[in-house]
Design a binder for this molecule. Structure first.
Ligand SMILES: C[S@@+](CC[C@H](N)C(=O)[O-])C[C@H]1O[C@@H](n2cnc3c(N)ncnc32)[C@H](O)[C@@H]1O
Length: 276
């Protein structure tokens, strides 16, 4: 079979299994299995594949056909300007979270050697992005999940970025003050879980998805370690509610920002500890 025939077969297979973008996924998986750039799938489309090449491609395509997230099957995923190792130990970093990271970089602009805390770091996406863009920052990242932290540490080592990782509940036991506390906490309601795509519902860690009150608790707890801004990614339907919680907790300059699709996704506010 030629490469073009295998690509067509893989696309049909993924399509029949309900994968939303079968052609693109088939191209990325085949390119990975064959060690090619995507464009080379077309320049080599007439080339017959060896049995070993077909077996490698079959393995990856079968995993994607079982609706395993593309990022887990590929084993890495781009976030902002970094490529991160991705697997079942942590949530796949999302494009909307890049907006959150960008907002943090904007806020840190002009702040010399800022101390930053990323709560619920997962793969380390936000913490590592901030450290790579701001090498002068002292970045601390927490997660309750030892698996996620192990993956985040692997990412930090692979990228040569010096971030301190702490296993704890939210910011418990972490020494402030921080100029910025950022978090993309779990914000799916348990009742919404069944309606999610199988890639999310059946594969990503439940503890990374399901809202168990982390956002509300962090609004309260972050005040103990903040001398600056709290920046949160939120469920698009709960931005106003989270902004009101920040107001009620005494944060000032509370703002709601939108993601790339114009949905209210980022809520932030400033907290200054009382002097004396
Ligand atoms: C939505 S994921 C975000 C991961 C990563 N920051 C990102 O944006 O891709 C939420 C993360 O928070 C962690 N988490 C959930 N509850 C937590 C808690 N109480 N304390 C610390 N981390 C928690 C989960 O393990 C998960 O890694």
């Amino acid at each position: 079979m030629t490469l073009a025939e295998v690509l067509r077969g893989a696309t049909d297979y993924l399509s029949a299994r309900g994968v939303p973008t079968p052609r693109v996924d088939a191209e990325l998986l085949l390119a990975r299995a064959l060690g090619l750039q995507r464009i080379e799938l077309y320049t080599q489309h007439d080339r017959p594949l060896t049995e070993a090449e077909r077996a490698a491609a079959r393995d990856l395509v079968a995993r994607r056909g079982a609706r395993e997230p593309l990022a887990y099957v590929l084993g890495d995923w781009d976030f902002h300007r970094l490529t991160l190792k991705t697997d079942r130990r942590a949530l796949v970093p999302r494009p909307e979270t890049e907006v959150l990271a960008e907002r943090c970089l904007e806020l840190l602009d002009g702040v010399p050697a800022p101390r930053v805390l990323d709560v619920g770091t997962g793969t380390g996406a936000i913490a590592l992005t901030l450290k790579s863009e701001r090498p002068d920052a002292d970045v601390v990242a927490t997660d309750a999940s030892p698996d996620a932290l192990a993956l985040a540490r692997e990412n930090a080592a692979a990228l040569g970025l010096d971030v301190s990782f702490v296993q704890t509940d939210l910011a418990d036991g972490v020494d402030g003050p921080f100029a910025l506390v950022v978090s993309n906490p779990p914000y799916v309601l348990a009742a919404e879980l069944d309606a999610l795509e199988p890639e999310v519902r059946d594969w990503e860690p439940r503890a990374a998805l399901v809202d168990e009150g982390q956002t509300g608790r962090l609004v309260e707890d972050a005040r103990a370690v903040l001398d600056g801004r709290l920046v949160l990614e939120v469920h698009e339907e709960r931005a106003a509610e989270v902004a009101a919680a920040l107001d009620a907790a005494g944060y000032v300059d509370v703002k709601v920002g939108a993601d790339l699709a114009g949905r209210d996704r980022v809520v932030e506010g400033a907290w200054r500890p009382k002097s004396g």
